[in-house]
Design a protein around this ligand. Structure first.
Ligand code: ZN
Length: 110
């Protein structure tokens, strides 16, 4: 599945499912420090507009990684299914960590 052009942005994040059934939330971020992209293993310089990929695991638990926008579009997004736009306000890190405290079947829809 490809992701809509320009997304995620400051107002809209994306949520999809991995092949294993984990939620993958794609959130627009600005790098506050140097990160290394898991897609290409190259650096994401400070100040770069990029994508925070926050996984909420099916059995519970969550973790996140910082990706280049290009690498998300080319490498990660094609592996996701049921990708939909969600309000950025619903995808704050605190909310997603909280969401991961319950297994998938016991979560609220969003
Ligand atoms: Zn990359």
């Amino acid at each position: 599945m490809s992701i809509p052009d320009g997304l995620p942005d400051t107002r809209t994040s994306l949520r999809g499912l991995t092949a294993e059934g984990h939620e993958a939330w794609l959130i627009r971020g600005i790098a506050g420090k140097l990160y290394r992209c898991p897609g290409c293993h190259d650096e994401i310089p400070i100040g770069t507009d990029h994508v925070v990929v926050h996984y909420v695991r099916r059995a519970g638990g969550s973790d996140h990684h910082h990706w280049h926008r290009r690498c998300v579009a080319e490498l990660l997004a094609p592996e996701l299914h049921r990708v939909t736009g969600v309000p950025a306000a619903a995808s704050s890190r605190d909310r997603l960590v909280e969401r991961g405290r319950r297994p998938a079947g016991r979560r609220r829809p969003r």
